[in-house]
Design a binder for this molecule. Sequence first.
Ligand code: HEM
Length: 160
Amino acid sequence: MNNIDYFMLARVFHVIAVVTWIGGVAFVTTVLIPSLKNMRDENHKLDLFEQLEGQFGVQAKVATLVTGISGIYMLAFMDAWDRYLHIQYWWLHLMTFIWAIFTLVLFVLEPWFLHRWFKEQTLKNSEKAFELLHKMHIILLSLSLLAIFGAVAGAHGFQF
Ligand code: HEM
């Protein structure tokens, strides 16, 4: 295999990781949280959310790592670091920003305090807590879809 093949493989793994990761975020945002919001049994609701989101957390962590490593490899291969200096590559800035937020939440904030904090909020006011959770997911999903839109167009020659 030559270097071009490694570059192509990095792109393949980048896209597969993004699909499994952002696809999962889309499912949680448009299916899981709305269904939980309609559930009446409060204890069961939190249990179910923790179980399902916990299971997805492992997948999201692996996907975040693969996305980051393959993305940095592609930048290094193309020696395209200076794209960060040009506003027409806003989609690269947005991809990196989304990656940094998810990395921070999954690897630092959630194990540190977010998990416990959310549980406390649901005990105080479950409806408000799930509403806030839904809003945050909608914002992150919208930004991710915008980054995907920009990245696919930009990577295939569209000049913004
Ligand atoms: C550290 C974080 C990231 C870095 C360094 C990075 C870097 C890159 C690079 C260098 C490319 C190839 C651009 C080109 O061929 O001109 C790319 C493509 C792409 N990235 Fe990222 N990326 C990162 C995170 C993300 C995230 C979080 C998403 C999803 C929200 C994403 C989605 C995509 C998509 C859809 C493509 C286009 C693939 C194609 O159509 O060929 N990336 N990325």
